[in-house]
Design a protein around this ligand. Sequence first.
Ligand code: BGC
Length: 504
Amino acid sequence: MSTSFTPTSTSTHHTKHHSRWSDKQSKVLGHLAEEFTLSTAQLEHLATAFIGQMQSGLAGDQKSSDLAMIPTFVSGRPDGHERGSYLALDLGGTNLRVCLITLKGNNDLESNSKAFKVSDHLQEAHISELMDFIAISIKEFITSEHISAKIVEHPSDSETLELGFTFSFPVTQTAIDAGMLLRWTKGFNCPGAVGNDIVQLLQEALNRNEVNVHVAALVNDTVGTLLAHSYKHPNTFIGAIFGTGTNGAYVEDTRSIKTMSTPTADEMIINIEWGNFDKDKRFLPVTIFDNKLDRESINPGVHVFEKMISGMYLGEITRNILLHLIDQRLLFDGTSSTKLNTHWSFETKYMSQIENDNSATLIPIAQILEQELGIYLNTQVDREIVKFVCQLVGKRAARLSAMATAAVIRKGLSVEGRLAGHGYPLKLSEGDHVFGAGVNKHGTMVRERTDSAVDHRDNVQPIHVGIDGSVFEHYPHFEEHMVEGLTELLGSRSKDIVALGIAR
Ligand code: BGC
């Protein structure tokens, strides 16, 4: 028995169990904790590399950047006064959602939607099969909801319905209604799509299936999130997803986008595709468990950052660690189960349930282990260890998410021309005499001094970050750990300056 190991990263209520861990368990778990715990200095280092890759991506330097930094051709943001009904489509994971959205003009909206399950087969079928499925689902929605050109906004008197398509994969756009798929992610791998125009592929399927709909716009889900959040909070600067996958989009000064020859507006939303940050693992502290997952994934060598953060992968990292402990006889007395031995069998939602169990005996964890994973013999120490591992993996994900968010905010705060000459340090703490930072009523990022003369000049508001995704919404303590990370990277005032919110 040992009490020697005191983890540095986890909150005190875990340490009380550790007296029951054997020396070997304490040693191995202590080592794991060290590997999975990211210090402020490590996050700082990653944020600097992240900003560097954002800059090279904007400059079009493919060699030194893993961040695609895709101009989206979306240059305006709603301010909540827009009105009308629109047809929208969302494909990003296991669900396809068709929606009718009614903007009421007072920062409020209503939406009516129907979800269609995208089967495992369709996720790897030829793209024409997937697009036919989408076209038929749209037809079903339009028919069942009695939607006609009379109720949906459309530019002409034609009977054709206009559709906005949210497609949650990396697409290099050449216009608001044209874009080529760069690669599949999140378990999709449909042949015939990479290198082709997604809008055209969907339009052809709509025509083939005689659905009278015109695809008017293509946006990434991060862009959709940013725009949706702007409708309620016009000061929204970032749209981020922490769900099955992860990514962020933000508002950039078009003068910084060297990949666009003739910018037509002052600002444009950039789809960062941050899931692919540091794909060569030069900065990220990847462990053997991350490497194993990456190697065995459908898309090895890309989206390494996403694989450390998002819901599709967290369970699998945890499974890899549990097997490593079992193989050393440190867990479940060295016995695994057929289910636990199966790739992807440990779902991220089990981690949420496990972390939510605050009972003394951890019996709810025993139930998950038995019912979902076929592990019938488990002691209380086993359950403590399983929970401890989930906490390490979940907290690392939240801190990496905070790092990416903070890096984008820092990049925004240092935009040349907008904040030029202010010379404030990028870390915002009370000592900096910074009143606030945010987006002013003209949509420009500003930072202000405490001088009373300028305090209220531009009615400075917090920077809003619109977030969507099951990990952010449901993973225990994820938001709390993200906020902690943001405070470490942006300073003690960051809670007043950056407002995280769920985008609907
Ligand atoms: C995709 C992004 C998407 C993100 C969140 C990633 O796998 O590459 O385009 O925004 O998932 O859905």
